[in-house]
Design a protein around this ligand. Structure first.
Ligand code: SF4
Length: 375
């Protein structure tokens, strides 16, 4: 248990001070690339011999970003812009921005002109994924990213390194899923905040390092008695559930998180890259085409509701909390579809506003407390 406590404390430190993780890798002589959310092709960075680090915003006072972004840009991008303009990302060799929504598309241009000392590498994912041309197109996008990474390292990534990186990322996906399953037998220890910390910390570690940490956590948990959880259980949906105070309010009200559909958490780890089907770049493109149930990916059949229903049934979640990122159009468009299906099947839903800059939680506290009592 003391080893588990130490691991959890280390991961919490990493989430609270990602800049320390950046300094850690820089001190080892490694180059680090910032990866905007979500689905940045980290495997290409890894295979190019660099460390990808996630840039998921954070709490900061928004000042300079207001000259670049309208007030209705989502808080994650406002914060990333502020951090970039304020020098918090100094040390990064580049950032990669996947242009998956209107705000991210604007970010590519704002970053290019606002943060001139950190090169920006854009990537555009195909949304018509049923067309065979989508694979060829995405491979060409990956090749462009690799060419730009080459200008940083002076060395072109090779196929062997890419295949090794894909294996490392697939192993990490499996380790995350294994942790999620084990965590549900230990809801006394894996509180909503601890669960979030373990997921989020993945963005600040080289992935094989993080896989080793996850395996150690699972080993430690398996040695402990299974917890007969007497509180309520929920599924979290949305982009992310921050600030952490929201998660603490869940815990205060005896509500455990047993599953999630968060872009920052489980959505990242659902879809492995196939082990066959062509070279590494083609397999990564096939992985993109296989992703399901994400607000940023065009899908005619809107499967999120059904996917969440299945997750609720498998994990015993009694209700769903939509963590609605302020001004996030893609999530707002999806929400009515999945909530209708969930409600029809008897699962209560609650929507709360998510803003990383929020400092007042009394309204959310009241709503979460009431929701918990309804379950
Ligand atoms: S998908 Fe939503 S949260 Fe993500 S960058 Fe776009 S608007 Fe922001």
């Amino acid at each position: 248990m003391s080893e588990l406590n130490q691991i959890l404390a280390d991961l919490r430190t990493a989430c609270e001070d990602p800049a320390a993780r950046l300094r850690h890798y820089l001190s080892q002589g490694k180059k680090v690339v910032g990866c905007f959310p979500p689905y940045t092709p980290e495997e290409l960075v890894h295979a190019s011999g660099m460390i990808p680090i996630g840039l998921w915003g954070g709490h900061t006072e928004l000042k300079r970003s207001k000259s670049y972004l309208p007030p209705f840009a989502c808080p994650i991008m406002q914060a990333n812009m502020e951090f970039g303009l304020g020098g918090s990302y100094q040390g990064l060799s580049a950032v990669i921005i996947p242009a998956l929504c209107d705000t991210l598309r604007c970010m590519t241009q704002n970053w290019r002109f606002g943060v001139r000392d950190i090169p920006m590498i854009p990537i555009v994912y195909p949304q018509n994924r049923t067309s065979p041309a989508s694979v060829d197109y995405l491979v060409s996008e990956y090749e462009t990213v690799l060419t730009m990474l080459y200008t940083i390292t002076g060395q072109m990534m090779n196929e062997k390194a890419l295949c090794a990186a894909i294996d490392i990322y697939n192993e990490h996906n499996a380790a995350m899923r294994s942790f999620d399953r084990t965590a549900n037998d230990h809801l006394d220890i894996i509180t909503p905040q601890v669960r979030h910390t373990i997921h989020k910390s993945a963005f600040f570690y080289e992935k094989s390092e993080h896989t080793a940490i996850l395996r150690a956590i699972v080993r430690e948990l398996e040695q402990l008695p299974v917890c007969q959880w007497r509180g309520k259980k929920v599924l979290l949906a949305g982009i992310m559930c921050e600030p952490e105070e929201v998660l603490d309010i869940l815990a205060e009200n005896g509500i455990a998180v047993v599953a999630d559909d968060l872009a920052q958490e489980s959505r990242q780890y659902r879809t492995d890259t196939p082990v066959t089907g062509g070279g590494g770049l083609k397999r990564l493109a096939i992985q993109w085409n296989s992703r399901r149930g994400c607000s940023m990916i065009h899908e005619l059949d809107k499967p999120r509701g059904k996917m969440m229903l299945q997750m609720c049934r498998e994990t015993g979640a009694q209700g769903v909390i939509s963590c609605m990122m302020k001004f996030c159009d893609p999530e707002e468009y999806d929400q009515p579809f999945y909530e209708t299906e969930l409600r029809k099947a008897g699962y209560p839903c609650l929507s709360i506003d998510i803003d990383q800059q929020n400092t007042s939680f009394e309204q959310i506290r009241t709503r979460l407390q009431t929701f918990g009592e309804m379950l």
